[in-house]
Design a protein around this ligand. Structure first.
Ligand SMILES: *Cc1c(COP(=O)(O)O)cnc(C)c1O
Length: 347
């Protein structure tokens, strides 16, 4: 049924490839809570090698990976600095307050990118009775800002600002491989300098589920305890890890294809009356366009759905399209034709 749709709502909608399903069926497994699942161990080693850390921990979701890291880097009552439209702030349901007693302090970025001087100002040392920040969380690519890439130099400047104030630094790198591909860098360069890095297998890499929390061997040892406490100890998780290994081996080097299709869609939107977008700003797989007038976003989303194309509303006047493994050129052409047809109806 759903195959009748071109689904551009998110890169989470991909279904496992036949190769992944075969690997899952044949995966060698054991009880991972006892440390006995060889496929999970292989995935953790492969992830650590890609990210350039000593170790990595397989977690069920990106949210859990972020929250385990935040738990380890904070104490109850301390502040966490993060961008106002970051996933950790907008889409994790106050988890840092619920699990860790940590207090989010939001800083407003420019197109999702924080200014290092805002970090140093927010974490300036004060008297003992002033709120105290312990952790900075960055996001790369920045989802809500439109798949924005935090380049290596800008990242290094933000980490230096955080270090000058003795902050820990965590990266929500759900799409770190998209960021690295767009930046012409290795993921390990995009990850360098952080105390911990989370990335998702379940987004552009096309695995059915799973994320990794990467860091030092000490951090990962502690993270394993917190993961279990949060209910994330999985047993024969090698079934999922097997798909993750295929995702890392096959689907990292192809991400530039998703980026090229996203750019092509953005260019088509820019030429279509009723949509506002700077196609030059689209560097990864997320395309966010403005639509006007008021209420048009909902009409566009439902108009596209009638034509077999699924897009996501992003608040009033914004619409999001995400390219991924299951969107080839023919599907993209169909989406572009649908956009043009819906635009004629808007006029
Ligand atoms: C998807 C995503 C996450 C984690 O989401 P889960 O659904 O919990 O796996 C974290 N950060 C960003 C930026 C994301 O896009």
């Amino acid at each position: 049924m759903r195959d009748a749709f071109v689904d551009l709502r998110s890169d989470t909608v991909t279904r496992p490839t036949p190769e992944m399903r075969r690997a899952m069926a044949e995966a060698e497994v054991g009880d991972d809570v006892y440390g006995e699942d060889p496929t999970v161990r292989r995935l953790e080693e492969a992830a650590a090698a890609r990210i350039g850390t000593e170790a990595a921990l397989f977690v069920p979701t990106g949210t859990m990976g972020n929250q385990v890291a935040i738990h380890l880097h904070t104490r109850p009552g301390c502040d966490v600095l993060l961008e106002a439209e970051s996933h950790v702030y907008l889409y994790e349901l106050g988890a840092m307050a619920a699990w860790s007693g940590a207090v989010p302090r939001i800083l407003r970025g420019r197109g999702g990118i924080l200014d290092p001087s805002d970090v140093t100002a927010a974490a300036a040392p004060g008297p003992y009775y002033m709120a105290r920040a312990r952790l900075l969380v960055l996001e790369n690519t920045h989802n809500h800002a439109g798949g924005v890439v935090l380049g290596v130099a800008a990242k290094d400047a933000l980490i230096a600002a955080a270090r000058s104030r003795d902050l820990m630094v965590h990266l929500d790198g759900a799409r770190i491989f998209n960021a690295a591909a767009a930046d012409g860098a290795q993921a390990s360069e995009a990850a360098r300098g952080f105390d911990s890095v989370m990335f998702c297998l379940s987004k552009g890499l096309g695995a059915p589920a799973g994320s990794l929390l990467c860091g030092s061997a000490d951090l990962v040892r502690e993270a394993r305890v917190v993961r279990k406490r949060m209910g994330g100890g999985m047993r024969q998780a090698g079934i999922l890890a097997a798909a993750g290994l295929i995702a890392l081996a096959r689907n990292v080097e192809r991400l530039h294809e998703d980026h090229a299709r996203a750019r092509r869609l953005a260019e088509a939107l820019a030429e279509t009356p009723g949509f506002r977008i700077d196609p030059g700003a689209v560097r990864t797989n997320i395309v966010i366009a403005g639509v006007g007038p008021q209420g048009a976003a909902e009409r566009v989303v439902s108009g596209l759905r009638e034509l077999g194309v699924l897009a996501g509303g992003m608040g009033p006047g914004r619409i999001r399209f995400v390219t991924h493994l299951d969107i080839g050129d023919a599907a993209l052409d169909r989406a572009i034709r649908a956009v043009r047809e819906v635009a004629r109806g808007l006029g």
